[in-house]
Write a protein that binds this ligand. Structure first.
Ligand code: CIZ
Ligand code: SF4
Length: 319
């Protein structure tokens, strides 16, 4: 619409005026993702978002995603201003892994190497030895297991169990889960597959095990996007946040994408799997943030310094 186009133009001017760059997650609204690309920013998973922020010269990073992504950007770029369209955009994994309880858990198992998913607070990161994203969890845990280390993993139990099964690592799991991926239903997925026998099934490892077990490809958002581009299949059943369809359609417009069922009898629903916190990022709020400077992320310098260590370990490992 005209209104939307005007809003986008206003945001472009503001980004330019303020020497700011927009970094958007694959799960955000398609308009935000497109705008990030049109303005020289990036659309990415959380690992690539972090890396992009450190490499881009802009003085202000505008992070369209959820709170932990803004915090990670700030931790890695303490001298830069980091803004978010909505500071209330959190994550069920982060929410359900409060630092006091998590620190207790770690204290009770001092002989374990603490590995946490990026979807955690700065405090939880600071208490850990490694931070990983879904794209790099497997090689990091394999590396640690080969050295004979025992692992305390948090907070996503599904991803933890998946990695444990593949590596045979000795792992203690924090009982967290993602509200979006937890909803995918194995029985309904089996029915949908029966209706679309040629479809490849793509699953994010935050999903329950009986859903992961039906996958042709299990991987991070980036890996699932690559699969749509490279596999010969015409049809795909996708078990992750539906925001990802924007990028998949852009790169592979001739493919047919079906959302994996979140409930009910074999129905595919394209907009059922949507993260309520990712959806809080809107063009309107983005414009406001740039105009008022509200939505700035602050992380105390000493906390940032401690949280940076395990994140940097991941970035160095990923090189
Ligand atoms: O579910 C999330 O929040 C994901 C997949 C984050 C990421 O690593 O990009
Ligand atoms: Fe957290 Fe799940 Fe939303 Fe990702 S999709 S931000 S893991 S609640």
């Amino acid at each position: 619409t005209q209104e939307k186009a005007a809003l986008k133009e206003r945001i472009k001017l503001l980004l330019n005026e303020q020497n700011a760059v927009l970094v958007a997650h694959y799960y955000t609204d398609g308009d935000l993702q497109d705008l990030a690309e049109e303005t020289g920013g990036c659309v990415a998973d959380s690992l690539e978002m972090a890396r992009f922020g450190t490499e881009h010269p802009a003085q202000t990073l505008v992070v369209a995603g959820v709170r932990f992504m803004g915090e990670t950007s700030k931790i890695l770029n303490n001298e830069k201003r980091v803004l978010m369209p909505d500071l209330e955009a959190t994550c069920s994994l982060d929410e359900n892994c409060p630092i006091d309880l998590f620190a207790d858990f770690c204290d009770r198992h001092p002989e374990h190497t603490v590995v946490v998913y990026a979807n955690t607070s700065a405090e939880v990161k600071a208490r850990s030895h490694w931070v990983v994203t879904s794209g790099i969890a497997l090689p990091v845990i394999r590396h640690l297991a080969e050295k004979g280390e025992k692992i305390l993993w948090g907070p996503d139990r599904h991803l933890g169990r998946y990695v444990q099964r593949l590596t045979g690592a000795e792992m203690l799991l924090w009982p967290g889960s993602c509200v979006v991926h937890e909803e995918f239903k194995a029985d309904a997925l089996r029915q949908l597959r029966a209706l679309h026998p040629q479809a490849a099934v793509l699953v994010h490892p935050e999903s329950p095990q009986d859903v992961v077990d039906q996958a042709d490809v299990v991987g991070s958002t980036t890996a699932l996007i690559q699969a749509v581009c490279t596999l010969p299949n015409k049809e795909f059943i996708v078990a992750t946040d539906a925001g990802i369809f924007n990028k998949m359609r852009q790169l592979a417009p001739d493919k047919i994408l079906l959302g994996a069922p979140t409930a009910g009898e074999g129905a595919s629903c394209e907009s059922c799997a949507r993260c309520p916190w990712m959806e809080m990022n809107t063009l309107q709020k983005l414009a406001q943030t740039l105009e008022t400077g509200a939505g700035e992320i602050h992380v105390a310098a000493d906390l940032a310094a401690r949280a940076r260590v395990p994140i940097q370990r991941m970035l160095d490992f990923a090189k």
